[in-house]
Design a protein around this ligand. Structure first.
Ligand code: SF4
Ligand code: SF4
Length: 171
C-alpha cells in the first residue's frame, strides 16, 4: 500500500475506511447550505465524536469524501491525526490538484505536509495549501508557469489564491 497521498496509479487503490472520531472537515471546509465558512468548526459538530444532525446533514456533507477516506495514504494519516484534510479538486488548467486544508495552525509546515507536497511535485502536479490563517497558496511544480494567474477550483469556495512558482529546495 502506498503511504503517500498522490495521484499515482498505486495511490488509487481502494481501501474501505470510515471517519470514526474524525471531524476535521467539519472545520476546514465551507458548507454553503449552512453558510458555514472555511476554517470554523460547524455549530452542529461535536469535535472528536461526530455530527449532531447526522441524519439530516446537508448534501455537501453527505457527498464529501477526503482523500484519506477514499483510501489515499496510510491509515495513521487520518486527518485529525495529521492536522491536514487532503482532497482533490478539478482545475481547468491543471487537472486534478491535491489540496491540503489545515485544521491546526502550522500543520502545513509539518514533515507530513511537506512530504505530500514534494511527492505530488515529482508527479508534475500542483498542490494547494489552505492555511487556517492567511491566503491559500497554489504551488506549481517544476516546469509549470502561471499564465494569466487565474485558478479555478470547481469543487471549493477558495477563490483568492497566491500562485507560487517552483523554487528549488522549497519542498
Ligand atoms: S476529514 Fe475525512 S475522515 Fe475526517 S471526517 Fe472528513 S471525510 Fe471523514
Ligand atoms: S452538518 Fe454535520 S457533517 Fe456537516 S459540517 Fe456540520 S457537523 Fe459536519
Amino acid at each position: 500500500m502506498s503511504g503517500n497521498i498522490s495521484l499515482s496509479e498505486e495511490g488509487m487503490m481502494k481501501i474501505s475506511r470510515i471517519c470514526g472520531g474524525c471531524t476535521a472537515c467539519c472545520k476546514t471546509h465551507a458548507i454553503a447550505e449552512l453558510q458555514k465558512p472555511e476554517g470554523t468548526v460547524c455549530s452542529h459538530c461535536t469535535v472528536g465524536t461526530g455530527c449532531r444532525i447526522y441524519a439530516s446533514r446537508p448534501k455537501s456533507c453527505r457527498t464529501f469524501q477526503c482523500a484519506w477516506l477514499m483510501g489515499f495514504g496510510l491509515s495513521e494519516y487520518r486527518p485529525d491525526m495529521t492536522g491536514i484534510v487532503p482532497d482533490f479538486q478539478q482545475t481547468a488548467k491543471f487537472g486534478l490538484v491535491l489540496c491540503l486544508w489545515e485544521t491546526n495552525e502550522d500543520a502545513l509546515s509539518t514533515a507530513f505536509a511537506i512530504r505530500q507536497t514534494r511527492l505530488n511535485f515529482e508527479l508534475g502536479k500542483p498542490v494547494l495549501h489552505v492555511p487556517i490563517l492567511g491566503t491559500p497558496k497554489f504551488y506549481l511544480p517544476r516546469g509549470k508557469r502561471r499564465s494569466d494567474g487565474s485558478i479555478i477550483l470547481d469543487g471549493t469556495k477558495v477563490k483568492l489564491v497566491e500562485v507560487v512558482e517552483f523554487v528549488e529546495g522549497r519542498f
